[in-house]
Write a protein of this length. Structure first.
Length: 277
């Protein structure tokens, strides 16, 4: 109870700090102000947190969130689901640290000017407006979280770029919009969670608005540095401020669940699989 009270105090202080921060001058507001404060974390800090989550399931983490007083928080809408599922090795499952990107509908011309080479226009659009600048901050353990244009047929993610992100250290990708080349993505075994299939290219459709700022995915706030867990049950996001505490409760839940199911397996004479060992 004492630890839970301490946790609630931390959350209260975070809330109070945000309230204070939102007292901005008119001149600042006219230029634009970001009110949600974010933090940066070292690779060592990230690795330490991920070690706590290395075996946890979405269900365990959800229960852990309940136990720290955040029921329902972080549960991404189930319409955002695994692009592919591997029931043998569970290679679609990932736990990572959020790097966020937000794409918005573009107001730029949707087609090249008359007589302009399409390939040149396309390349210039990618570089100038719809880049993948977030790749510079990908490191081992990164979960790429992309807030994109949900109601347009855009495949911002494809088999080529997602494999490149994986090569840089990304363990998985979550988007509230679409992806293309999904057959190849499944063959590549790069974990991808999406709302729908998308087919169009980014140029003329969206542009990059921000990197490592708070985004919304499936009704959930995701800040850079938050913990992202994804499996066949969907996606859950854990605020970094409570990540260690949630993991403690979630691991206890997982241990109890494994022991209970192992006992039933043995009574049925069923060989033990990796989910109960």
């Amino acid at each position: 109870m004492k630890k839970l009270s301490s946790l609630m105090l931390i959350l209260t202080l975070v809330f109070v700090n945000n309230v204070i921060a939102q007292q901005a001058e008119k001149s600042q507001l006219e230029k634009g102000v970001n009110f949600i404060q974010t933090k940066t974390y070292s690779a060592e800090d990230d690795a330490g947190i991920l070690e706590l989550y290395k075996n946890l399931r979405v269900a365990d983490v959800s229960d852990g969130m309940d136990m720290v007083g955040l029921p329902g928080t972080g549960l991404v809408d189930p319409s955002i689901h695994a692009c592919w599922v591997d029931l043998k090795d569970f290679s679609h499952v990932f736990r990572g640290i959020a790097v966020t990107a937000r794409y918005v509908p573009t107001q730029k011309p949707a087609l090249p000017a008359h007589g302009e080479d399409f390939a040149k226009w396309e390349g210039n659009f990618y570089n100038a407006y719809s880049s993948e600048a977030f790749t510079r901050v990908i490191r081992p353990g990164t979960a790429i979280v992309i807030d994109d244009v949900e109601d347009r047929d855009i495949g911002s993610i494809g088999s080529n770029n997602i494999l490149g992100w994986y090569k840089l250290g990304a363990v998985g990708v979550v988007t509230d919009a679409g992806a293309r080349d999904t057959d190849e993505v499944g063959l590549e075994n790069v974990p991808l969670y999406l709302r729908k299939k998308g087919r169009g290219i980014r140029p003329g459709r969206n542009e990059l608005e921000s990197v490592n700022r708070p985004v919304t995915i499936g009704g959930v706030l995701v800040c850079p540095g938050d913990v992202v867990v994804a499996d066949g049950d969907g996606v859950v996001v854990v605020p970094r401020a409570v990540a260690a505490e949630v993991a403690k409760y979630a691991n206890a839940i997982l241990t109890g669940d494994k022991a209970g199911r192992k006992s039933i397996y043995e009574s049925l004479g069923r060989p033990l699989d990796k989910t109960v060992k």
